[in-house]
Structure formats: C-alpha cells, structure tokens
Design a protein around this ligand. Structure first.
Ligand code: FES
Length: 86
C-alpha cells in the first residue's frame, strides 16, 4: 500500500504531525498480533512473526499476508514536548 509518509503523520485534528514522530497502532493488520521492530530486517521496520508479515519503517506492508499498512494511532501534539495518544 504505497501511502506517503506525509499522509501517515496527520494528527486527529487533521493538521500535519511532526516528521520525527510516527505514531502507529501496534496491531498487525492480518490477525492482530503485535509486530516488533527488527534491526536489520529486509525492509528496515516491523516484523510480525506469527505469519511473516513485514512492514517498512513507516509501517507500510511490504511482504506477507497482512492486507493493509499498520494504522496510525489517533494522536495530538499538545505542546512542543507533549503528545496525547488515543
Ligand atoms: Fe501478523 Fe499474521 S498476525 S502476520
């Protein structure tokens, strides 16, 4: 799913987030297991060992049975160093 990073950083109020932070829901889009960050993986990001779904650093699905990218979590920056998630 070739979604752009900028489209994945949108806050719950519709404003752009901060590019240094990507807030994702850690729920595999296959069957809901928790992908883990794997240093040195083929796509440099998140891997779900249950059935082998491989996500890149932006949480976009690159290989495996997962049908969709990891979903961004609803969040809002409430100050320069504060964020509310959920
Ligand atoms: Fe993640 Fe199946 S639950 S690959």
């Amino acid at each position: 799913d070739p979604q752009k990073d900028a489209d994945r950083l949108v806050q719950e109020n519709g404003e752009a987030g901060q590019p240094a932070w990507l807030i994702l829901q850690a729920s595999c889009t296959h069957l809901g297991c928790v992908p883990t960050f794997v240093e040195g993986s083929q796509f440099g990001g998140w891997f779900c060992p249950c059935h082998g779904s491989d996500y890149d650093t932006s949480g976009r699905i690159r290989r495996g049975p997962a049908p969709k990218n990891l979903a961004p979590a609803p969040y809002l920056f409430t100050g320069p160093t504060a964020i509310r998630i959920g």
